[in-house]
Design a binder for this molecule. Sequence first.
Ligand code: GLN
Length: 488
Amino acid sequence: MNFTHLTALELGRAIAAGDVTIPQATKAALEEIAQRDKSLNSCITVLEEQAMERAEVLQKGLKPGLSPLYGVPLLLKDNLCTQGVKTTCGSKLLAGYMPPYDATVVEKVQNAGGVCLGKGNLDEFAMGSTTETSYFGPTRNPWDENRVPGGSSGGCAAGVAAGFAWYALGSDTGGSIRQPAGYCGLTGLKPTYGTVSRYGLVAYASSLDQVGSLCRDAADCAAVLDLIQGKDRRDSTTVDGNYGGLLASLNGDIRGLRVGLPVECFGEGLDPCVAQRVREVAQVLQHRGAVLTEVSIPELKQVIGAYYVLASAEASSNLARYDGVKYGFRAEKYKNLTQMYENTRSQGFGKEAKLRMLLGTFVLSAGYYEAYYKKALAVKEQVKVGLERAFAACDVLLTPVTPNTAPKLGESLRDPMKMYLSDLYTVPANLAGLPALSMPCGVDGQGLPVGAQLMGPRFGEQVLLSVAHAYQQETDHHKSVPRGGEGR
Ligand code: GLN
């Protein structure tokens, strides 16, 4: 049986039914990685032996009534701590770092019978939109290897799209799950802030960071969130979302649901082909009984400036701990303590991380705090209010994920402003702490995947997943795979 094209849930069912064994699935995935990851560079670490050993153990433990994802192989973004397995954050500074513990989400997938195949490449400390700022070299997009897979969870997105794994866990601070999912033709979900524990996720901007999934479809995203969500005493920002089984309640019935299209998200700068694809999504939803409404959220125009001020401010504080004493890399040559810090940080961090730390310390400094940091906080509040107003008039918002499809390698680093601006549709959900999902909705003129984003109110995951599921019952875009990945 050819099982590589299955979704995670389908593979889980095939395993439970005895049609495929866990070692067979794991071996097939590892073979794909061995053959094709030299050019894609989606994984920083591949756990060949460990994964096979675990697969054998899990196979022996197979019995009725286990998790629907029992035995399904996955990738983890390399900013999720894994006990005894290198966790690099795509940085020279942590190139040899072995965490002494597992992140809560890692523990949860392990307890549910997940088989971790390896650690996905990412922009250094998750700062970026292309996976080109990784110390371990850029990841390529399996749809077109001259293009980026998006970022920062680009390794995970490329890996799942290429058929190396059935799903992946990533993190999203300003779009890092949804944007690479969009560029690689996957369904990606960033849950409501606080829904999933951040314990063991290496912090970028703590008030915006959230762990989520990159999958082949909405049903898989529901199953993964069922598994990883929940209150964690080790992360005081977690809450009990009381979802009560997202997968079980997925029925695709969206009759009467109000879908809002924010006018601000269909204006200047948006590729007409992307706009067209997203409008087609609206038509499909209407056909399924949803009611379309146009909404206006003028606050969305301010998001990029506020996001980069806040994210950099928090990053400058979070990254202060990498000083050569407690974690990872330490410079070889120095004359005294101060020089040891200086040399370690100058040699250990890449350009983008340094830029963000400089910007962060600048906006937090005494003379500029009021002018930048406090203003950005005020904008964040306004964005929240604007979105709350919108959610009084509709149940979900439909927007593009990005203004364009995946850029060529090198293009974004030459024009970083354009790259920062391309986050405009994804960052509002982080600023307001809301759930948002990205799903494939066709291709552009060059055959590259286009993503549509659905955003919901706080704890509105069930509605988002329902809408995406209804769309995927009606269309086949989520089933398209890049050339070379036909084996899936
Ligand atoms: N592109 C955004 C940034 O560089 C988002 C990154 C993320 O979500 N981790 O900050």
